[in-house]
Ligand binder design. Structure first.
Ligand SMILES: [Zn+2]
Length: 271
């Protein structure tokens, strides 16, 4: 059994503020130790379920958060950036399942810890009438490859978002969001025991969720400011709908994802 595991930082046990997700500082160091400990619990669950190969993508910021030391031999770590697949680099059709660890709710979700979608330039992302965040985009990209998203960890808000999109997904809630930078945090030992148990259950249960199917509609990316649209509207395939919104079409969801990443990179070029 080959698995894909994307590990973000905002939904990791113990992470609650932007100081935790910055590149430098004592809080950032602590947060990265928590990130590795949550991953270790995930890998324990994967091993218990019989995984033979696990591709782990270090999915936060520049992709250089996870310490390689001591990772088990069945793991390969995708590290660094930019990679063409961004935070989903390594996801491939031969994976049996995708696990999304340390994830957070989409931009604008009330009471969700460090909510955002990819960066802080994005106001919303819609695929047809489906509003998605990082979880939804990952589940759709995986789904198109025939890979089901079977597991998510993070706060209670991303768990609800994931369950609404992928009924039957297993979620470990490691904190309850109070406000954007305030949460009731689970104790690490308790959180990691549940993560390992839930991952194992997600991979061995009889009722594995089906791969999420793209509705065939274009992606609408609304930025927080018109200047970001000005920078991104030259992306091939993008059509400007209004001051802050671009529509990105394509034959496959992977086309939409590539266009979305390109628009973000153009917008970020002068952000
Ligand atoms: Zn993220």
């Amino acid at each position: 059994m080959k698995l894909f595991v994307a590990v973000d930082l905002e939904g990791i046990c113990g992470v609650v503020s932007e100081a935790d997700t910055a590149r430098e500082g004592a809080a950032a160091q602590r947060a990265r130790a928590h990130m590795r400990a949550d991953l270790d619990a995930v890998l324990e669950g994967c091993a218990a379920a019989g995984a033979t190969e696990v591709v782990v993508c270090d999915s936060h910021d520049d992709g250089r958060n996870l310490d390689l030391a001591g990772l088990p031999g069945f793991v390969s770590l995708v590290s660094g950036s930019p990679a063409p697949g961004s935070m989903l680099e390594g996801l491939a059709p031969d994976c049996d399942a995708a696990l999304l660890v340390g994830y957070h709710a989409r931009a604008g979700t009330a009471g969700a810890v460090l909510e955002h979608t990819w960066d802080y330039l994005t106001f919303s992302v819609r695929v047809g009438d489906l509003e998605v965040g990082e979880f939804g985009i990952a589940a759709l990209l995986a789904g198109e490859l025939g890979v089901p998203a079977v597991y998510v960890s993070g706060d209670d808000k991303v768990a609800a978002e994931a369950r609404a999109l992928v009924p039957g997904i297993t979620a470990t809630v490691v904190k309850t969001g109070i406000r954007r930078e305030a949460a009731a945090l689970c104790a690490p030992a308790e959180a990691r025991e549940r993560i390992a148990r839930d991952v194992r259950a997600a991979l061995t249960g009889e009722h594995r969720p089906a791969p999420l199917v793209w509705n065939g509609r274009p992606l609408r990316l609304t930025f927080t400011r018109a200047i970001y649209c000005d920078l991104a509207e030259t992306c091939p395939g993008a059509v400007r709908l209004d001051g802050r919104t671009l529509e990105i079409g394509g034959e496959t969801f992977a086309d939409l994802y590539r266009g979305f990443l390109t628009c973000l990179r153009l917008a970020e070029s002068q952000a």
